[in-house]
Design a protein around this ligand. Structure first.
Ligand code: SF4
Length: 365
């Protein structure tokens, strides 16, 4: 049975080491390990756009403790961004120097063309030369493909000309095929801070969670639900499953929770409201008291998905947080600690998809 590992918290280094210690990983000293973060553009991870370097630090520490010395962080930023600048701004130059690992700008790499039967794709060579590839995407929504996570993060392993061509090919099918040429051995999703709607950040949602697994299709299926989407809504996930790259069967997978979300009660952090107008507007529909970050993040994503599909009903309110546990609540409560509410969305925390499904029913959407 495939397993997914989930842990809540905001201290990336500590969290990821806890996950890696309980996972059964086929790593050995002497291996060449590649780490592919999501460094799409020059914005710090607090923007919701890029992978938290503290999370990558935890991975490197773990690898070095296993006697692995050949570690390369590799990336090419999106079209129009300078990867060297991105490394600097996102804290990766400092990170690589601190741990003595290679930081490799894929833009300088040679490329080669490979056929998948349906597509001829141009890939950078370096990611294909490692013995073990660790894919470290960010949990975020995307304006074109609805979400971006493990499968789409490998787009950083193709040159700019190919990135542009992927758009003309409709993105979904080539993304799936790219993963047939370059497999991720381990996926660690930075769900500490992701973005509500765009790959480039700007509306950061603190979910304070990290998810890990070995099946990129399964990881993306799980993340789709965390963002409020049904797996069937994200075409590239289904294509990848058809290509035999993994499974979308979340019911057949074991979700291993390494702690409880109630360890992180941030409520609306300054980060989420400062300058993030979209989130401030959604906050008008939320009555919050001592909510855990993952729970609040789920609700914010769910409301955005409802807003995108139907618009939000006038004067709708959803209650959330442990602060309501002893109170009478007339209305909708999100999360099991609102079990006494007139209508409760069960789960601790519920996924955004579970919230969307519930609200569609009670609001007759
Ligand atoms: S249901 Fe309550 S305790 Fe559970 S995650 Fe939500 S706010 Fe936290």
């Amino acid at each position: 049975m495939q397993r997914l590992y989930n842990i809540y918290g905001s201290q990336g280094t500590k969290l990821v080491k806890r996950i890696l210690k309980v996972m059964d990983l086929d790593l050995a000293a002497g291996m060449k390990v590649g780490i592919k973060p999501n460094l799409v553009l020059a914005k710090e991870s607090s923007s919701g756009a890029t992978t938290d370097p503290n999370l990558v630090a935890g991975v490197i520490e773990y690898l070095q403790e296993q006697g692995i010395e050949k570690i390369t962080i590799m990336e090419s930023a999106w079209v129009g961004a300078e990867t060297e600048k991105v490394f600097e701004v996102c804290g990766y130059r400092e990170l690589a120097a601190e741990y003595g690992v290679e930081l490799y700008n894929l833009e300088t790499d040679s490329t080669a063309s490979y056929s998948t039967g349906e597509f001829e794709l141009e890939l950078f060579q370096k990611p294909r030369t490692v013995d073990y590839l660790i894919n470290m995407p960010v949990l975020k929504a995307h304006c074109q493909t609805k979400m971006t996570c493990a499968l789409k993060n490998l787009k950083g392993c193709i040159p700019d000309s190919e990135k542009r061509r992927f758009h003309t090919l409709g993105l979904h099918r080539p993304i799936a095929h790219l993963n047939s040429l370059l497999a991720s051995d381990l996926i660690i999703v930075d769900g500490i801070i992701g973005d509500l709607t765009f790959e480039e950040g700007g509306n950061p949602v603190a979910m304070n969670r990290v998810v890990a697994g070995k099946d990129a299709v399964l990881v993306d299926s799980f993340v789709a639900n965390l963002l409020g989407f049904g797996v069937e809504e994200i075409s590239y996930i289904a294509y990848a499953e058809k290509l035999g790259l993994g499974s979308t069967d979340l019911k057949g997978a074991e979700i291993v929770n390494l702690n409880r979300s109630s360890e992180e009660q941030d409520g609306f952090s300054e980060l989420m409201t400062a300058g993030a107008q979209k989130i401030a507007r959604l906050a008008e529909y939320i009555q919050e008291q001592e909510a855990c970050s993952a729970c609040l993040g789920s609700l914010i994503h769910a409301l955005q998905r409802i807003k995108d599909s139907y618009g939000l009903p006038n004067e709708a309110k959803v209650y959330i947080g442990q602060g309501f546990q002893e109170q009478e609540v007339e209305g909708i409560g999100s999360g099991s600690c609102l079990h006494q509410a007139e209508s409760c969305i069960q789960g601790c925390p519920p996924t955004a998809k579970e919230i969307v499904d519930h609200l569609e029913k009670v609001w007759n959407l």
